[in-house]
Design a protein around this ligand. Structure first.
Ligand SMILES: C[S@@+](CC[C@H](N)C(=O)[O-])C[C@H]1O[C@@H](n2cnc3c(N)ncnc32)[C@H](O)[C@@H]1O
Length: 497
């Protein structure tokens, strides 16, 4: 049986809402051919039939012949046909239903309008065999940055980006349009989604591929309405047009106190950059951004990542049985909340602080307690997932962590809370009894510094009030990507015009 991929069905009410918002029903009555390329149980075609029956519009064979469903899983399509038969007494034509994988299989027909809700799932979280099948398509659509090509397994690109590009490029007639519910990360994610924001899909003409422009026309971002119950991802719906060059600003409506408030969206600096959302062009005041000079070693970074083995590496109290020199204070929210520099947690880093590399097994053998401790955790550590970590494990260093290098042992860190916040408060942390403070995964980001003066200089510059303003415009407040390193890097690069 095929596994479920990114399955979040659209409730009937919200399928109808989107259809009304963009007059898709009228377009259908006027003769448009409409398709949902990842149709699930057919929420959108079902909603069209529902609106027709409410309005007393006859469901003729001709009208049915202009509604098409494409879906990977046959059971969903069977369910759709049953529902339509039960609700409207109509046999939905088999000729309009395609059990296909829209990414890997060819679909010959073309449509005026696409409507739907593509699967939402990170590439990295897909089943392994399916990932391998999709890899060439992610690459062909330019959805992974070059340096990540070989590390595609760790990509955070959403499969929604791939489905959208494939559908827009391959399924639409000239000047066709598409309306979709989508994760907002396509517009605001850094790194992983910049490949989506080249605003080009792959069209095909007589078997020859060509770049096919697409443009985002309008976006509605939901901030409090729960269209999809229990979904943690932030989402929107958007209108796309093909064979049209992307122009900025884009009309961007944000839900505020049950009203749609119009904003405008435009990229931070380069066309493929994440978007900023502002009320009007006067808000685009980046001239007062600080110009912070950083050396190449001072790239903003995330904290240490145990890759799912926090229980092995992280401790509430400093464990007396492990050698002190491998235990480091771990940043926690108390540092910002209570303004304390007493560690609440400790992290074990079996690393050489000079080289930033994992200790060799021989070196570990010099500390019996460390060796025994790691040996006891060997099975757990060896079964951790993630492409980067797997390559360390395959090289024999199964005690490695991610996000550790010489930068982790720099004597000073300008560090801030990077995840789910809406304030940006960089502080300088150095060490506790000679052991440098560490950031915790995506919770914290930092710039390593080798002198206190440099750390203070960078902290002061980062305290510029324009930075949190810009972070909010980049739509990260309260979200996982609030002040992640990639974003801060982009903001700092902006000041260098
Ligand atoms: C988020 S659900 C939405 C379904 C429907 N459009 C709706 O709004 O209720 C996405 C659907 O896409 C299907 N799907 C995932 N990958 C697909 C692919 N490559 N080709 C076709 N369908 C796919 C899933 O099985 C799932 O039913």
């Amino acid at each position: 049986m095929k596994e479920h991929i990114g399955q979040v069905f659209t409730p009937l009410k919200w399928a109808e809402w989107l259809i009304h918002k963009w007059n898709i029903f009228d377009a259908w009555l006027d003769g448009a051919h409409i398709c949902d390329p990842t149709a699930g149980q057919g929420a959108f075609p079902f909603a069209m039939l529902h609106i027709a029956s409410q309005k007393g519009v006859t469901i003729t064979p001709e009208r049915l012949s202009r509604l098409t469903l494409i879906e990977r899983l046959p059971t969903h399509l069977e369910q759709f046909r049953e529902n339509v038969k039960r609700e409207f007494g109509v046999d939905f034509p088999i000729s309009q239903i395609f059990c296909q994988d829209i990414i890997t299989e060819i679909h010959e027909r073309k449509y005026d309008i696409l409507v739907g809700n593509p699967p939402w799932a990170n590439f990295g979280d897909l089943p392994t065999a399916y990932k391998a099948r999709l890899k060439p398509f992610f690459l062909a659509e330019g959805l992974v940055p070059d340096r990540q090509k070989t590390l595609l397994g760790s990509s955070r690109t959403d499969i929604a980006a791939l489905v959208l590009k494939v559908s827009l490029g391959r399924l639409l007639k000239k000047n066709g349009v598409g309306y979709f519910y989508l994760p907002t990360s396509l517009f605001f994610g850094d790194g992983a989604h910049s490949g989506f924001r080249n605003y080009g899909a792959r069209g095909s003409h007589n078997g020859v591929d060509y770049r096919r422009d697409f443009a985002v026309d309008t976006v509605y971002e939901f901030t409090s309405t729960e269209v999809f119950e229990g979904v943690g991802t932030s989402y929107c719906c958007a209108k796309f047009a093909v064979d049209t060059r992307q122009e900025f600003p884009v009309s961007y409506f944000r839900e505020l106190d049950s009203e749609w408030v119009e904003h405008i969206a435009l990229p931070l600096k380069n066309p493929t950059d994440p978007w900023r959302i502002v009320q009007d062009l006067d808000d685009l005041n980046t001239n007062t951004m600080p110009d912070i000079r950083l050396s190449p070693e001072q790239k903003p970074r995330q904290g240490v990542n145990t890759c799912g083995a926090n229980r092995v590496f992280i401790f509430g109290d400093k464990p007396p049985h492990l050698p002190d020199q491998f235990l480091y204070p771990l940043a926690t929210k108390e540092i910002w909340r209570q303004n304390t520099s007493l560690p609440c947690k400790w992290i074990l880093l079996p690393y050489d602080p000079q080289t930033g590399k994992p200790l060799t097994w021989d070196e570990i053998g010099r500390w019996d307690t460390l060796k025994t401790y790691l040996q006891n955790a060997q099975e757990v550590l060896k079964s951790r997932k993630g492409t980067l970590l797997r390559s360390a494990i395959n090289r024999g260093t199964w005690w490695a962590l991610l996000g550790v290098g010489t930068y982790a042992f720099a004597p000073f860190k300008v560090i801030w809370q990077a995840y789910g916040k809406s304030d940006f408060t960089p502080i300088v942390l150095s060490s506790v009894k000679g052991q440098m403070w560490q950031g915790n995964q995506a919770m914290h980001a930092f710039i390593p510094c080798w002198t206190e003066m440099d750390a203070q200089r960078i902290k002061t510059a980062l305290e510029n009030p324009e930075i949190p303003i810009l972070l909010k415009q980049l739509n990260g407040a309260g979200k996982c990507n609030w002040a992640q390193p990639g974003k801060i890097k982009k903001i700092l690069a902006c000041s260098r015009r």
